[in-house]
Design a protein around this ligand. Structure first.
Ligand code: MF3
Ligand code: CO
Ligand code: CO
Length: 270
């Protein structure tokens, strides 16, 4: 297989799926408070996606080769969990950080986005990690335009992150997305400028850096899905789905509740 190029009609359908995914995060945000369980967040998201959006939660029963079916409708990755945390009955507590990762399927098209939330009052270090990881995602997005290469995206993210004394997870990456959840190409969040595939208008992919406060090494959590930091340091992640336009990028996973842009970003579409 190879990298698919989406038509204008495909992209219009993906705008809808992507906006719906972002709107689930808008809905969940006010529920992220001390005492809420991640299972409650999963139920709120599932009910909204199925009954209000008339869409499908893509993670539910998702089974890539070598995995068991994912048992929930969203991913909830708390503190030292890097990604793919499974919702549970454990309540969130003051000072936790949590990534909520939402993927919906609407009319056959996927939209994939995640944000960090700080539960109650977070430490300075926790808030800094979340804010810098958001900025790192945008450093990658700003590289997206025809003629650029995937290595330019990864290098922009890696350089920014490592200059802050943080580390980039290597084992998981962004991905092409469309009628399938995970398509070619892989979007590495590290690399060298001028390397890897050239970007072309109509490519759609996610940029979703995972950034650790400590060392970059990972460890499997034991449930077949959950990935944690080997040194138990905090980890953060943000994710947008973007399309390569004729002149730059368009971020598709936006909604009324999307967080403000970093001060070095002027537009969501160019
Ligand atoms: N949403 C994740 C991503 O950004 C994938 C989660 S797979 C699941 O690629 F099965 F854990 F949901
Ligand atoms: Co993704
Ligand atoms: Co995701």
């Amino acid at each position: 297989m190879s990298i698919t190029i989406k038509t204008a009609a495909d992209i219009e359908a993906m705008r809808t799926a992507c906006r719906l995914a972002s709107e689930v995060l808008d809905l969940l945000g006010p529920h992220v408070r001390p005492g809420v369980t991640t299972n409650e967040l999963d139920r709120i998201a599932h009910d909204h996606i199925v009954n209000v959006q008339k869409a499908i939660p893509a993670p539910l029963n998702y089974q890539p080769p070598g995995y068991k079916p994912y048992p929930k409708s969203i991913c909830t990755s708390v503190n030292q969990v890097i990604c793919h945390g499974i919702p549970s009955d454990k309540p969130l507590k003051n000072g936790d950080i949590v990534n909520l990762d939402i993927t919906v399927i609407k009319d056959g098209w996927h939209g994939d986005t995640s944000r960090m939330f700080v539960v109650g009052e977070g430490s300075i270090a926790a808030k800094r990690l979340c804010a810098l990881t958001y900025d790192a995602m945008w450093k990658g997005i700003l590289k997206v335009k025809p003629g650029a290469r995937l290595g330019d995206i990864g290098n922009a993210i890696q350089t920014f992150v490592e200059n802050q004394g943080l580390s980039v997870v290597r084992e998981f990456c962004g991905h092409g997305i469309g009628r399938k959840f995970h398509e070619e190409p892989q979007i590495l969040h590290y690399g060298r400028p001028g390397t890897l595939d050239e970007l072309k208008p109509g490519m759609v992919f996610t940029i979703e850096p995972m950034v650790n406060a400590g060392r970059r090494e990972i460890k499997e959590g034991g449930d077949g899905w959950t990935i944690v930091t080997k040194d138990r340091s905090l980890s953060a992640q943000w994710e947008h789905t973007v399309v390569v336009t004729e002149t730059g990028y368009e971020v598709l996973t936006l909604s009324d509740g999307s967080p403000p842009l970093p001060d070095f970003v002027t537009t969501t579409r160019c």
